[in-house]
Design a protein around this ligand. Structure first.
Ligand code: 26V
Length: 800
């Protein structure tokens, strides 16, 4: 088979394949099969149809000697795979018919699959969207990551408080991976560096084996497939039998213990950087295994190491794999005898670095003693790279550099070892130049470029919103899934009342489904005619879930004070996890749940205001919530959210945004039109100005009677009657610090919410705005983003 459109099988073909796998792979007959058995049988039947295009793509890349892209990321937040694969292969309809024809529920089978949650949030989900777009565009490449045994923790609430439990996605069989025991590399840690005949030789004192597990990533219409290769740690020596026989049982199992912990668990804190040795080991484990694999493949192709940049582009997803520069230099110099100057030149040509955050507390810095002990040879090379950079840039200011104050700064290291450094939205890229790396930008003009984030329309519209997808196809025809700018053709239809009704109907169907799910899962009845106002993302102070709940309290207070007035019924929906050690974020979660308890039980309010916070927000929950949302909350303090990608998913699905001028909100507003976006709040430069007033919080609170009332109610224990002092710390912080300026933006936010109500009260206006959002979001396809990386950073072309 060559690379071409796959031919969709009939439901009958698929039925036979499913039954064959049920019998021979699962060892069950149809009468005794569980949902799990059906899910596995269906997964294998679909997987069978990926293998051929996957082989064909790999073969073609070899034969044509194409340049490959290697996307190195500590996180891939994939979600469920089965339905997405079925969609891209064009066989969802047939698969559904086959499954239902055998008396099984499609949704039950599909929803039996656990999320692959190998990521924390935006950065990991972006990596997953980019893998899918690379496959869709026929960009030959590999993703490299870690096969964590436990993905992101599960969240539940007890008395409104977040409680974490370990996630265990691999306890069942994982039908989408292929173990590759032959692709394994020894990875070293610690030990010493010896000089032998003028050459540095690193003798590690600990080693583990990195073993590959491959997952195929199939693109739209199955025309191309790439590989996501995840590394699992195995002990190099199973067991020290001599020690065991001496009765030293724990020591005998030491190598096994180290290996088992290495790829055991994803670090759940994406907000504050902590210099943990295990985390550094994980980062090196991923990077070293990937680089060995890249070099092996390059040499197997018969190419010279000098020509690496012509065949290999390596993208570092944030600084987590930034040890790639030193590791590549080490391989070229220590193992292949190249000169340092030539090695660093090759490394820079191969490497690209994407920055995803400006928050100082999230920027990685490793203590030199830790780096020197875990990776002694790399520490030497880092110093050498730093010295080389200073020598080749004599104008470099004394305070700039990789190694400063006994720390290795990974951002600076990634910057100087990469030929391109990119931000993830226009505003973020501007701030990288102005605030994060101004001196390095001056020394290397043109190195910093922008690639605004994108999302895959296959998962985030076609798969998760069948009602709207159907309407779009009926209205403008096929093909928009792989050419999202085609949605512009919807624009003239927006003036057609019939089309607007259909658009509203599609939304209503999704809202009905969500209301049923919430009734089932939460036991809360919500009115599907109410406005669904949604904020879903990790809980963080800069994202300002606090601002949202403060405004919600103000709204509740207003309804109680003036119950006769006309209000637009609203359901406030929250979703998101806090890092387990992030106390303030956990306090915000508890406050939201406490307020929900009081408001939802208030007979005076009734259907006019409801608050729901389903626990354990994840990719699959996003797929339910986003298609049903009317209003998208994107209210971060300006200058703090690098881009956001949830903001894009909502707008594409016809939710209107209430938001600040932050991250990609700026560009979304430009695309959809200022009149179709509810803007409020200080700009990034106004935020910086405002912080110069040490009393900004107090001043802002004194300007707002509503906010004073809200803070008063919280302080009095209205939402924590069993413990009135519960939120004293939070209220005190609002008055005396409020670093993220909830108080300063409060009145503007409230006014914008009044505007939202006014628009919602006018359905003709609302649905025109909503449909225009969908029609104008084409720019935010991850296909556009990947095309940008290919031409401006990677220098690769589509193989299709
Ligand atoms: C930092 C750390 C520190 C060490 C422990 C584990 C860990 C994990 C992640 C991070 C950095 C997270 C940065 C991040 O997720 N940034 C988000 O990237 C999205 C994709 O570009 C973007 O849309 C969001 O605005 C940005 O917050």
């Amino acid at each position: 088979m060559t690379v071409k459109d796959v031919i969709a099988p009939s439901a009958d073909d698929l039925r036979q394949d499913i039954l064959r796998h049920l019998t021979f792979t699962m060892g069950k007959d149809a009468d005794h099969a569980s949902v799990y058995d059906w899910r596995m049988a269906l997964s294998f039947a679909i997987r069978d149809r990926i293998v051929e295009p996957w082989f064909a793509a790999t073969k073609q890349t070899w034969e044509q000697g194409r340049k490959r892209v290697y996307y190195l990321s500590m996180e891939f937040l994939i979600g469920r795979i089965l339905e997405d694969a079925a969609i891209n292969l064009g066989l969802r309809a047939a698969a559904r018919e086959a499954i239902e024809g055998m008396g099984q529920s499609w949704s039950a089978v599909v929803e039996d699959e656990p999320d692959a949650a190998l990521g924390n949030g935006g950065l990991g989900r972006l990596a997953a969207c980019y893998m899918e777009s690379m496959a869709t565009l026929g960009c030959p490449g590999y993703g490299y990551g870690i096969r964590y045994e436990h993905g992101l923790f599960k969240q539940r609430f007890e008395g409104g408080r977040q409680v974490e439990a370990p996630e265990d996605w691999l306890k069942q069989r994982h039908p989408w991976e292929f173990e590759r025991p032959e692709a394994a590399y020894e990875i070293g840690f610690k030990g010493a560096v010896e000089m032998r005949a003028g050459k540095a030789v690193w003798i590690p004192s600990e080693t583990v084996l990195a073993e590959a597990f491959d997952m195929p990533v199939i693109g739209w219409k199955g025309r191309w497939a790439n590989t996501l290769r995840l590394w699992s740690a195995k002990p190099t020596t199973m067991f020290d039998l001599a020690r065991f026989n001496h009765g030293d049982y724990a020591a005998a199992a030491e190598p096994e213990a180290l290996a088992r912990t290495l790829s055991r668990v994803l670090y759940p804190d994406d907000t504050t950087y902590q210099g943990k040795e295990l985390r550094l080991k994980q980062e090196y484990f991923l990077t070293a295994a990937a680089l060995h694999d890249i070099i092996r493949r390059h040499l197997a192709g018969g190419y010279r190491l000098e020509d690496l940049p012509a065949h290999v582009a390596i993208q570092m997803n944030d600084t987590h794999p930034a040890i790639a520069g030193p590791e590549l230099v080490r391989i070229l110099v220590d193992l292949y005898g190249m000169s340092f100057e030539q090695a660093i030149e090759i490394a820079v040509k191969c490497l690209g670095y994407t920055n995803h955050t400006l928050l100082p507390e999230a920027l990685e810095r490793w203590a030199c003693y830790l780096m020197g002990s875990v990776l002694p040879r790399h520490m030497q090379i880092i110093e050498q790279i730093d010295a080389w950079h200073l020598k080749t840039n004599p104008n470099r200011p004394h305070y700039v550099g990789v190694v400063k104050h006994q720390e290795v700064r990974m951002g600076e290291l990634a910057f100087i070892t990469a030929h391109k450094v990119n931000g993830v939205s226009a505003l973020h890229t501007k701030l990288i130049k102005q605030n994060l790396f101004p001196e390095l930008d001056t020394l290397h003009p043109g190195r910093i470029v922008n690639q605004t984030n994108g999302i895959t329309p296959r998962r985030w519209l076609r798969m998760s919103n069948p009602a709207l997808s159907r309407l779009i196809t009926e209205t403008i025809g096929e093909g928009w899934e792989a050419d999202l700018d085609k949605l512009r053709a919807l624009e003239p239809h927006v003036e057609d009342p019939g089309f607007r009704d259909d658009f509203a109907d599609a939304k209503r169907r999704n809202k009905d489904a969500l209301a049923n799910w919430i009734a089932r899962e939460q036991g809360i009845k919500i009115d599907p005619a109410a406005m669904f106002d949604v904020q879903i993302k990790r809980i963080h102070e800069y994202k300002r879930q606090l601002l949202n709940i403060l405004q919600t309290i103000a709204q509740w207070h207003e309804i109680r004070e003036n119950p006769q007035a006309d209000y637009q019924p609203r359901v406030k929906i929250f979703g998101g996890k806090a890092a387990p050690g992030y106390q303030t974020a956990k306090e915000i979660i508890r406050l939201i749940n406490d307020v929900a308890t009081v408001v939802n039980a208030d007979p005076l309010v009734g259907d006019r205001l409801r608050i729901v916070y389903p626990a354990n927000y994840n990719v699959s929950m996003a797929e339910r919530l986003i298609p049903a949302a009317d209003l998208s909350e994107q209210i971060s303090t300006a200058g703090k959210e690098a881009s956001g990608t949830g903001n894009m998913k909502f707008a594409l699905n016809g939710a209107l945004t209430i938001g600040t001028l932050d991250g990609a909100n700026v560009e979304i507003r430009e695309e959809v039109g200022a009149e179709n976006f509810f803007l409020f709040g200080l700009t990034a430069s106004e935020v910086m100005e405002r912080r110069k007033d040490p009393e900004h919080a107090r001043h802002a609170i004194l300007q707002s009677q509503a906010l004073q009332d809200v803070l008063q109610m919280i302080a009095e224990g209205r939402f924590s009657p069993d413990e009135p002092t519960r939120y004293h710390g939070l209220v005190h912080n609002m008055w005396h610090s409020d670093y993220f300026l909830c108080a300063s933006d409060f009145e503007a936010y409230r006014a914008a919410q009044v505007e939202v109500d006014r628009a919602f009260a006018d359905p003709e206006r609302w649905w025109r705005m909503a449909a225009l959002n969908t029609a104008r979001m084409g720019f935010f396809s991850s296909d556009r983003a990947i095309q940008g990386y290919m031409t401006e950073i990677w220098g690769t072309e589509s193989a299709l």
